[in-house]
Design a protein around this ligand. Structure first.
Ligand code: GRF
Length: 203
């Protein structure tokens, strides 16, 4: 599989950093070819520059609608011969033009054990629901929000005195651990999507 990665970010980029670190230390045999953001001030862009990675800022306001914006992203990534797209805190829904350009080639990390607590503020949702266990999920992206086939998950205990901040911090550690690992599994190949399941064939 083409091992050129794109990371799409909107914010601080700590998952991007975890991917960069995994590549640098050779735990992940891949190249981060480009980092793209919908926000010019995303701190993650600076992390990319420091790692010598090309950055692209595409302002959604300069496109008439969501499809046009997604087509622009797809075009930019295809021009750089990207094989896998990693959403890393990219705060936008992914529409058809981008999904069709990278079918089963877009990954996302989410701070809950999906299908529990999709959408925004998953850690707050978990605390308010009173669950005893939450965690992190890496999944393939499809047209439904946070609902694509699950590649890896990690559980995190919710402690009685947790705040959104303390729970988020422990979940984030797991995100950083499983995201590069999930990318490695996807790049390794030998998997299929059966219904809504990501199935690794016996090797
Ligand atoms: C992470 O919690 C991720 O699960 C969610 O957005 C946050 C991004 O954090 N999708 P960072 O920008 O990678 O630090």
């Amino acid at each position: 599989m083409n091992r050129r990665l794109a990371a799409l970010i909107s914010g601080r980029g700590s998952n991007l950093q975890a991917i960069i670190d995994a590549v640098t230390t050779r735990r992940l045999d891949a190249t981060v070819a480009v980092v793209l953001s919908n926000r010019s001030a995303a701190p993650g862009l600076q992390r990319a520059r420091e790692a010598g990675i090309e950055t692209i800022y595409l302002s959604p306001r300069e496109y008439p609608d969501r499809d046009a914006y997604d087509r622009a992203i797809a075009g930019a990534l295809q021009a750089r011969e990207v094989g896998l797209v990693c959403l890393a805190g990219f705060m936008r829904l992914i529409g058809r033009p981008l999904l069709d350009a990278f079918p089963n080639r877009i990954l996302n990390v989410h701070p809950s054990l999906l299908p529990a607590f999709p959408g925004l503020e998953a850690q707050r949702q978990a605390l308010e629901h009173g669950v005893r266990v939450s965690g992190a999920t890496v999944h393939l992206v499809n047209a439904e929000l946070d609902a694509g086939p699950i590649i890896l998950q990690a559980a995190v205990l919710v402690l009685p005195d947790d705040s959104v901040e303390t729970l988020s911090a422990r979940i984030l550690e797991e995100e950083h651990r499983i995201y590069p690992e999930a990318i490695r599994l996807v790049l390794e190949g030998g998997w299929v999507v059966e219904g809504r399941r990501f199935v690794r064939r016996a090797r």
